[in-house]
Design a protein around this ligand. Structure first.
Ligand code: ADP
Ligand code: ZN
Length: 708
């Protein structure tokens, strides 16, 4: 068997996956052949297998250098679950454990060893390494070697000597950080001149990006977002300040959400306890400052919310990247408002950094603001920022799903800017809006602004719309914020052409969130399906708690979902579920089969003939094919499938392909009938274009979604 075949065999038997993802195979082959590799792959792309599999295939132990203890422990646990002998050498071990691990290493009992860089370089460990057989060195988070990047670790610099000391051992450096200077630095500092480069795009297609510029009551909308779209799912909510973290977490808890705080002001112990719960329980929402997240490898984080504007797109992309590592749909939602823009502008203007540094900060902030104000695809803009190109709009961001309206804001902007000018360039937004809207109060009179030419000229917009306009003017650099921190605004040079009418301004129209369009199917299941899903999750949690490990190292959500979809009934069938390798099959297969059997009773309302149809359908046959195979009429088969839809076993969209228009018409007609839907009438009203079987399916779907 050659290396490639072996690799595939290991993938299937040990890890339980059926095929490699793009470029995994080539990377693995490269290492098996003893060559070096530099791998740039986005988070969740599947970097770990790229060194784990060659380490299993080559003789000797694979040494993985990793900067974070939490990350190592997760990986080691996941490997053990898959039946691979692995260990982690770091400062959390007692002297005893440390010695035992070294002993196992010396005896050749380990297939993978994770080690912190500073341990690796100690003379004792170096001499130990020289006595053993080494399969490869994997340098994870390789960007830590770069002084350019944001995670510089001085210990990483010494890794350059690995090459000299062990010239025959192949090395693989991996990172999710893209930019060119960092990449060059990795190659140079790690002596990777001979390495083959494997660069994958940085897109995270499963993450839906959304920016909400409707600043009113973000907290309330956060709650709705969690309750409606992600009930009982894990997520991270980032806030700028510790106080806001505490408040938001407490408030969410009051509303029945399992939310925990995490920030640098808490004791080490409390932080660790909360992080642990986040990792080990299902459905915890972590409310945190940006101090949280580094090294969190939890694959099933379904959403990342920013309650405040991040200070750069790099930070934003890194933080949102913590969602959906498992490749399942996930969402990044950013709430942004005028105050954030003002605050961040002030931060930058007040900082004592040198001019060049300040300029860079300003540019970063501008790019971040520009991103928020986009009217085109957000993913295209994000990827372009990181030097990646996406040819078509993505279809999975808010601007793609619900294109924003723009309006010609030139005249309104002229008014807003004149108002700043005529009041002396020192007032904040609220006061300026008072002037524009002609609010006659004591303060106004004291300053005499009820007599300025801009008093009361802005009645065409409401307060929120003016705020949105000012925000965009600040974001686009027409207005600068005072340095003293009072929020006073002054004009910049950029205003001139606009005030003179030489330039027009297209602005986003402020809109009340229309989340209906954006709202996808709930991440949870309903009816009988929902119970089974909960039962599978409970079983997983129980097994995880017995062993003191996070649930996802037992099985990922995707694996549980596959069980629901295919309903294996034997261990052999179970072994074909993605994510079920040999060891896990042996350890957990029967327990999960039992859960499936226990819940099969929910399906007994479905008769045998229906079951047979559903089974064939799950094998990939369509209604006509099943009809042909079973010698029944297609409409009969469709009526079977309707039962499946009703039970939540099958999706309407999988069964019938009807235009949205006709579908909507049919539904409307059915809703007119109320409780007692008469298919005959609907059939006639539609001029007979839809078969009775198809109508039965549509009805089943309607009943299912109305009753849940
Ligand atoms: P990264 O380190 O690049 O962030 P991981 O190595 O943690 O990503 O992989 C992300 C997820 O994808 C893991 O849950 C892993 O088990 C899964 N995965 C990796 N390769 C495959 C594959 N070929 N088929 C199915 N799942 C895979
Ligand atoms: Zn898009």
């Amino acid at each position: 068997m050659n290396g490639s075949d072996k690799a595939l065999q290991v993938l299937q038997q040990i890890f339980g996956y059926s095929s490699f993802r793009p470029s995994q195979q080539q990377i693995i082959d490269c290492l098996i052949q003893g060559e070096d590799a530099l791998v740039l792959m986005p988070t969740g792309g599947g970097k770990s297998l790229c060194y784990q599999i060659p380490a299993l295939i080559r003789s000797g132990v694979g040494i993985v250098i990793s900067p974070l203890i939490a990350l190592m422990q997760d990986q080691v646990e996941a490997l053990r679950q898959a039946g691979v002998s692995a260990g982690a050498l770091n400062s959390s071990l007692s002297a005893d454990e440390d010695a035992r691990l070294r002993e196992r290493l010396r005896n050749g009992e380990l297939e993978l060893l994770y080690v912190a860089p500073e341990r690796l370089m100690t003379p004792g460990f170096q001499s130990l390494l020289r006595q053993i057989d080494i399969a490869l060195f994997a340098i994870d988070e390789a960007h830590c070697v770069s002084q350019w990047g944001h995670d510089f670790r001085p210990e990483y610099i010494q890794l350059s000597t690995l090459h000299e000391q062990f010239p025959q051992v192949p090395r693989i450096a991996l990172t999710a950080t893209a930019d060119e200077p960092t990449r060059r630095e990795i190659v140079q500092r790690l002596n990777l001149g001979q390495a083959r480069h494997f660069v994958s795009g940085f897109d995270r297609p499963n993450i839906r990006y959304r920016v909400s510029d409707d600043s009113s009551n973000a907290r309330q909308r956060l709650l709705r977002f969690i309750q409606l779209d992600y009930p009982d799912q894990a997520g991270i909510v980032y806030c700028l300040s510790r106080r806001k973290v505490e408040e938001t977490a407490a408030w969410l808890r009051e509303k029945g959400i399992e939310a925990l705080p995490y920030h640098a002001g808490m004791t080490q112990r409390d932080r660790a306890a909360n992080q642990n719960r986040f990792l080990r329980e299902d459905g915890i929402v972590m409310v945190a400052t940006i101090a949280f997240g580094m090294g969190i490898d939890k694959p099933d984080v379904r959403f990342v919310v920013h309650m405040n504007l991040p200070k750069s797109l790099e930070a934003y992309y890194q933080e949102t990247g913590r969602a959906g590592r498992d490749g399942e749909p996930a969402e990044a939602l950013l709430f942004y408002n005028l105050q954030d823009v003002i605050t961040l502008r002030q931060f930058v203007e007040q900082s004592d950094a040198d001019e060049q540094h300040k300029r860079i900060e300003v540019q970063k902030l501008e790019r971040m603001l520009g991103y928020c104000e986009l009217t085109s695809c957000r993913r295209q803009a994000l990827l372009a920022y990181f030097g990646d190109e996406l040819a078509e709009p993505c279809g999975n961001c808010d601007t793609c799903l619900n294109p924003p309206e723009t309006w010609d804001g030139t005249v309104a902007a002229q008014k807003a800017l004149s108002c700043v000018y005529h009041t002396g360039q020192r007032f904040g937004v609220n006061y300026l809006i008072d002037v524009l809207m002609g609010k006659d109060n004591e303060r106004m009179r004291r300053f005499g602004h009820h007599q300025t030419s801009t008093f009361g000229i802005g009645e065409e917009l409401d307060r929120n719309q003016w705020r949105s306009l000012y925000r965009q003017l600040i974001a686009q650099g027409y207005l600068a914020v005072d340095q003293e921190g009072h929020g006073g605004l002054r004009l910049t040079h950029a205003c001139r052409p606009l005030l003179r009418g030489e330039q027009t301004l297209e602005l986003r129209r402020l809109r009340k969130e229309d989340s209906r369009k954006l709202r996808k199917k709930k991440a949870s299941f309903q009816g009988a399906q929902g119970e089974l899903w909960e039962a599978l999750r409970r079983k997983r949690l129980e097994l995880a708690q017995e062993q003191g490990v996070p649930p996802y190292v037992i099985f990922h959500d995707a694996t549980l979902m596959a069980m629901m979809e295919y309903r294996p009934q034997t261990l052999a069938q179970m072994s074909r579920i993605s994510g079920v390798g040999e060891r896990k099959l042996e350890a957990y297969g029967q327990e999960f089969l039992d859960v499936l059997v226990a819940h099969a009773v929910d399906v007994t309302q479905v008769t045998d003939t229906v079951t047979e149809t559903l089974d064939l359908f799950r094998l990939g046959m369509n209604a006509e094919e099943i009809a042909g195979r079973r010698g029944l009429k297609t409409s009969t088969i469709l009526s079977h499938l309707a039962k499946g839809i009703e039970q939540g076993l099958v999706e309407l969209q999988e069964v019938v392909s009807v235009s949205d228009e006709v579908l909507a018409q049919a539904r409307e007609l059915m809703l007119e009938d109320g409780e007692d839907i008469r298919l005959g009438r609907v059939h006639e009203a539609l001029g007979g274009v839809l078969d009775y079987g198809v109508l039965a399916c549509i009805r089943a779907d309607l009943v299912d979604s109305v009753s849940s």
